[in-house]
Design a protein around this ligand. Structure first.
Ligand SMILES: [Ca+2]
Ligand SMILES: [Ca+2]
Ligand SMILES: [Ca+2]
Length: 634
């Protein structure tokens, strides 16, 4: 079947995209603009501190150094690192602190990019047991680039020679800053700008023998794949909102409203099969490919659980590292902002209170330092991202299957929106000769007006676009002559701008999330031996007793960890040397020691020959560290 991009296909009522079914938001990869890659990486690699990449700077203050930056925030993806810039930044971090930062490739993507794994912390001395660890995984969804950028910010802060890293003596932090390098590269560095969530591994969605032959297009050539409004009474479902014509809302026939518009991704029938955008560049959403509640019959979830090399590589790594006690994903899901509660929560009853407390700690650690000024709508809380699901998500797998503390953070939701400034009457403006908006704001007639009622949803985002981003985040709808549909309108949100904040805000997000990471690390289970002694009973007989305790906040194994059999137990060993153990087992196993001082005592009776001066007791658990004691016999 020949592809007929230039020949209009017959209009058909069977067109699934016209019916409002937009199968994917991914674009065709026709213009993988390598030149853009070079440009962005050149920007990102610019040596001047904090100029080109303020988000990667060590101090959030770098972004405030110019008033221009404060007045006009960067528009995503400006300032975000592409693969080359990310790789270079990780190399620099490893060179700055070779004693604390190690970088290696965890897996290789379908397009051949490395999935980097960064190990933070002092390497365990040879022969020593491992320390408990936290695994942070970011940028699973291609378009959640803020996750990768914030993870990089955390790594850079920990690689700072001035950073206080005492807390890293007791824990290891593993960070995968960008699990999805192929998808993220498409979003950050390639043209035209388009919404992509997957890893772009080819899939033939319409089963015509070719993959990715008809995705959305940049029809009007403005460099952005946006949305199309089509006036078609056969397929229309929406009307223009009376308050703001940029918003489409569902027509309400009960109120006598007649639908006017259908909306779909900007595009045409590239292969002449009569359907528009029916086979976009494929790929799998790497936050839906994990083997827990994996979605069947959904190509975006992959052909099987862990089918993707990035996901499989990380699962293999996790099972090779039983010391990983907590897994924290930066992605579209969030289980920290909202305190988990039954019946919605799927956490075990015994584990739930721990996660609830963690949620409160997260809120505290990430709360803005200053309350927003009067009239400013504070940043949104816990609004789920469109299309986000916990089915097959990493954080769910980490808890339910891997048996670890599984956490998820979205980092940035809806931003703060300052109040509208009332327009001044034109004649007053002229008579006083005040032209600068800054002075106008001081005028009584131009005082900030809080929004009543408070802005929500699309209206709030549009207010942010108008008042903060100076209209740069939203492309106004403009008429366009479509090859097969006739007159349409093209416009809408620029890809990624509602998931990723201006780059200069990422530094503050990284700082706040590093604060919580430290808090979380301090809560990991921690074994101790508060008591270990031997009492002589005469004739070379000794009663040896020991108490093993968990000084950490979390139990050595969650209830779910015990259920799955994946959380390693605490092993308590008595090394009696040449002494004979008369009662008690030399290896004891404890499935779980409760947190906050949970303890278990052990007793042995031994017969020690002349000259044996001591025995050794040792407690260890990969997720809780180890403790040992030499007990003198006297
Ligand atoms: Ca196809
Ligand atoms: Ca366009
Ligand atoms: Ca087609």
């Amino acid at each position: 079947m020949p592809a007929r991009r230039d020949v209009p296909a017959p209009r058909t009522a069977n067109d699934p995209t016209a019916a409002g079914i937009t199968p994917m938001r991914t674009p065709r990869p026709k213009a993988t603009a390598r030149s853009t890659v070079t440009l962005v990486s050149a920007l990102a690699l610019a040596p001047a501190a904090g100029t080109a990449l303020p988000a990667r700077g060590q101090e959030p203050a770098a972004a405030k150094s110019t008033t221009a930056a404060a007045e006009a925030p960067s528009l995503f993806p400006k300032g975000y690192a592409d693969h080359a810039a990310l790789s270079a930044a990780l190399r620099r971090a490893a060179e700055a602190r070779p004693d604390r930062v190690r970088v290696e490739a965890l897996a290789r993507s379908a397009q051949g990019r490395e999935v980097w794994l960064v190990t933070l912390g002092t390497p365990a001395p040879a022969g020593a047991r491992s320390k408990p660890a936290v695994l942070v995984v970011a940028n699973l969804e291609a378009d959640h680039v803020v996750g990768g950028q914030a993870a990089l910010g955390i790594i850079e802060r920990l690689a700072d020679p001035k950073a206080d890293l005492g807390w890293l003596d007791r824990v290891t932090v593993y960070v995968v800053p960008r699990l999805n390098p192929d998808g993220a590269e498409r979003v950050v560095a390639q043209a035209p700008a388009a919404d992509v969530r997957t890893n772009l591994r080819p899939i033939d969605r319409d089963r015509d023998g070719r993959s990715g032959e008809d995705g959305p297009d940049d029809l009007d050539g403005d460099g952005v794949v946006t949305r199309m409004r089509v006036k078609d009474p056969k397929t229309a479902t929406s009307v223009v909102d009376e308050k703001d014509p940029r918003i489409l809302r569902k027509a309400d026939p009960a109120k006598g409203e007649r639908a006017v518009y259908a909306e779909e991704a900007e595009g045409r029938d590239d292969d002449g099969d009569g359907l528009r955008n029916e086979d976009p560049p494929g790929g799998v959403n790497l936050n839906r490919n994990w083997p827990h509640r994996w979605t069947e019959f959904d190509r975006e979830a992959g052909f099987s659980p862990a089918s993707e090399p990035e996901v499989f590589g990380l699962i293999r790594f996790a099972f090779a590292h039983p010391e990983i006690a907590a897994v924290w994903s930066f992605g579209l899901n969030d289980n920290l902002r909202e305190e988990p509660k039954k019946p919605a929560s799927t956490l075990d009853d015994a584990d739930l209170p721990l996660f609830a407390e963690l949620s409160r700690a997260y809120t505290k650690a990430t709360a803005p330092a200053e309350q927003p000024p009067k009239g400013v709508s504070p940043a949104g809380q816990g609004t789920p991202a469109p299309g986000a699901t916990t089915d097959g998500a990493l954080s769910e797998w980490a808890y339910h299957q891997f048996g670890a503390v599984g956490l998820a953070s979205r980092l940035w939701t809806t931003p703060e929106v300052p109040p509208a400034v009332a327009e001044k009457p034109a004649e007053k403006e002229a008579s006083k000769g005040q032209k600068e908006p800054g002075k106008a704001a001081e005028n009584k007639t131009a005082s900030p007006q809080p929004d009543t009622p408070a802005l929500t949803g699309e209206a709030r985002w549009l207010a942010w676009n108008d008042r903060v981003m100076k209209g740069r985040a939203f492309v106004p709808f403009k008429p366009f002559d479509h090859p097969t549909l006739g007159k349409v309108e093209i416009g809408g949100w620029r890809p990624g701008v509602r998931l990723n904040p201006p780059a200069e805000q990422v530094g503050a997000l990284a700082g706040a999330h590093l604060a919580f990471l430290k808090d979380l690390a301090g809560r990991l289970p921690k074994l101790s031996l508060p008591e270990a002694k031997a009492v002589a009973k005469g004739g070379g007989l000794y009663e040896v007793t020991a108490t093993v305790a968990n000084e950490g906040y979390f139990p050595t194994a969650l209830a779910q960890g015990v259920r799955t059999g994946k959380a390693p137990p605490v092993l308590v060993r008595l090394d009696a040397g040449k002494a004979k153990v008369l009662s008690g087992r030399t290896l004891e196993r404890v499935d779980a020691l409760a947190g906050s001082g949970g303890r278990r005592s052990f007793r042995w009776l031994i017969q020690a020959p002349e000259g044996v001066a001591s025995v050794r007791i040792d407690a260890s658990c990969p997720r809780a560290g180890s403790a040992e004691a030499t007990v003198p016999l006297r």
